[in-house]
Design a protein around this ligand. Sequence first.
Ligand SMILES: Nc1ncnc2c1ncn2[C@@H]1O[C@H](COP(=O)(O)OP(=O)(O)OP(=O)(O)O)[C@@H](O)[C@H]1O
Length: 218
Amino acid sequence: MTKIYSGGHVALQDITVKIQKGEFVFIVGPSGAGKSTFIKLLIREEMPTKGQIFFNGKNITRMRHSQVPFLRRRIGVVFQDFRLLPQKTVYENVAFAMEVIEAPLREIKKRVPRVLEMVGLSHKMNAKPHELSGGEQQRVSLARALVNNPDVIIADEPTGNLDPDTSWEIMKLLNEINMNGTTLIVATHAKDIVNAMRKRVLQLDSGKLVRDEERGVY
Ligand SMILES: Nc1ncnc2c1ncn2[C@@H]1O[C@H](COP(=O)(O)OP(=O)(O)OP(=O)(O)O)[C@@H](O)[C@H]1O
C-alpha cells in the first residue's frame, strides 16, 4: 500500500507485508518513517492512497463505514499517551470499552475484573487515572484494549512515556498476551527491548519498508 497525505507528503510507499495470526511484530524506524501512518491504516483511521489491506480475509479498504465498528472490536489499540477518561475510575474506563459495543451488564461485571487482574491492577479498580503512575495508566489502557477479547493488539509507542523498568513490565505483559494467542503489532523506539526480545522486526525508513527480519534487532 501507499499513503500520500493531502499536502503531497508520501508517508508510506509501496509497502507489502503479511502478518500471520499469533505473530509478535515490532515496527521500528526513525521519527517520521511512517510507523504511526502504518498503524492508522490498519485500524482504518486513514485510508491508503493506493493498495489494499486485508484483515481476517476481509478487505478493510472496501469496508462500508457502518462496518468499521466491527473491525475496531477485533482490534485493541494502545497509545503512548494512554488516552484514559480522566473522570472515570479504572474499572469504569475498562467497562466503557464494553459499554460502547453494547455488551450485556453481566458480561461487563464478569470480564472487567478479570482483565484488571491480568494486568495486575485489581487493587486499583476504584482509582482515577491521575492517582496512578504512568506504568499503571498504561496497564489500564492495555486492559481496555484487551477487554473485548480482540484478535490483534496494536500499540503505538506504548512505552514512550515510561522509564526503562516500567517499559519492561509493559513489554512483558504484551508478550504474555501474545503467548495467549493474541497477535501483537508494536511500533517502538525502545531499542534495548527490541534487541532483547528477538521478535519479527519491520523497519521503515522514509515511508519504505527497508527490513523484515525474523528474530530481528532494532
Ligand atoms: N495528517 C497528516 N498530514 C500530512 N502529513 C502527515 C500527516 N500525518 C503524518 N504526516 C507525515 O507523514 C510522515 C510519517 O509520519 P508518521 O507519524 O507515520 O511517522 P512515525 O514513524 O510514526 O514517526 P514518530 O516516530 O515520530 O511517531 C511524516 O513526515 C509526517 O510529517
